[in-house]
Design a protein. Structure first.
Length: 344
């Protein structure tokens, strides 16, 4: 029977790769042919390519599909692209949602890799490309700054707790203060590197300048969003973006008896979600349009945090629209962009 498509589904872990190879037949049936484990090392990556070449049909391209598992998938993805392979990187929430539709009772690395292979065979997926080197470095710097700030927050809490004790240890207080000074210097240093990197590329500088016309969005927020999305490289619409950030709404409702609370999925890029928190609060304070939306939502359900999350989602969507349309933010921004899209 004629083969239409070939996929190697890869479940990535820190030390090993569990791979399942499958084909889509002419009658649209899925045939999972083989599975094998490889070490997640350069030697294992070479062995993976050799194994796939042996069991695949030569005249049909093979797609290598994997989940975005932290940073453990990156070395494999880079290696495969460097060897002219078709690579697809899928968000974990898409695979987990697909897994639930399968009649699988046993959940382990093998069944996970088979689910990834089946997902790749049944869906039309965009190929992953290496991120822009400048955006990749920008992402590293933004994440480093985020981690240093988290460390400073922990240190400040420790200092407060030590000072509040009945008999504070003078040496401990002094060391914590010195550590905070060091962290502040590191934060300023990383911020300077981020700003220098933005200025080094004209297109990036122009994009950041455009995005900062949005209320609440400063240089670091714009840089984080662009870095974490690789300049919206594989983002096709606003819905896909909110899902990537984990700001998509999950509802559980069935008939009249089951009515669960709607929540955001949080199954996405946590750096994007965190980057939108303070800008959303600033937009609510400073912009009348966002303030009125926030007030209306709070009046509807009475939950301020839920309304603030909705503003985060709206702000992220507007960042995407501004970037794509190259239109600076105005108070009637959406009305203007809709008019521009209408045929003359």
């Amino acid at each position: 029977m004629k083969i239409l498509k070939q996929v190697a589904g890869i479940d990535v872990a820190q030390k090993e790769l569990v791979v399942s190879f499958g084909c889509l037949q002419e009658d649209l049936s899925v045939d999972l042919r083989a599975s094998k484990v490889f070490p997640n090392t350069p030697k294992g990556h070479n062995a993976l390519i050799d194994w796939v070449k042996k069991i695949s049909t030569p005249d049909i391209a093979v797609q290598f599909v994997m989940e975005a598992t932290g940073v453990y998938h990156e070395s494999l993805a880079y290696f495969l692209v460097d060897h002219s392979c078709n690579v697809v990187v899928v968000l974990p929430n898409k695979i987990s949602n697909y897994f639930r539709t399968l009649q699988v009772k046993t959940i382990n690395d093998y069944t996970a890799s088979q689910a990834i292979a089946s997902f790749g065979l049944e869906r039309k997926l965009d190929c992953w490309q290496k991120p822009d080197p400048v955006l990749k470095k920008l992402r590293q710097l933004c994440r480093e700054r985020n981690q240093i700030i988290d460390t400073r927050t922990v240190t400040k809490n420790q200092l407060h707790a030590e000072k509040t004790e009945a008999e504070p240890n003078t040496g401990t207080v002094q060391r914590l203060k010195q550590l905070i000074i060091v962290l502040n210097k590191q934060i300023a240093q990383v911020k300077g590197e981020i700003e220098g990197l933005i200025k080094s590329k004209k297109e990036l500088g122009e994009a950041v300048e455009l995005l900062t016309t949005l209320p609440g969005v400063a240089v670091l927020t714009a840089a984080t969003v662009l870095a974490e999305t690789n300049g919206f490289e594989l983002i096709r619409n606003k819905k896909q973006l909110t899902s990537y950030a984990g700001l998509d709404v999950r509802e559980k409702q069935s008939g009249t008896s089951v009515k669960g609370k709607s929540t955001i999925s949080k199954r996405g890029n946590r750096y994007l979600r965190k980057a939108m928190h303070l800008p959303a609060l600033a937009a609510i304070r400073c912009d009348s349009r966002f303030k009125s939306v926030f007030t209306r939502l709070v009046g509807k359900h009475g939950i301020k945090m839920k309304a603030a999350v909705a503003i985060q989602r709206k702000l992220l969507e507007m960042i995407y629209t501004i970037y794509k349309t190259k239109t600076p933010y105005q108070i009637d921004f959406e009305t203007l962009t809709k008019k521009e899209k209408q045929p003359a």
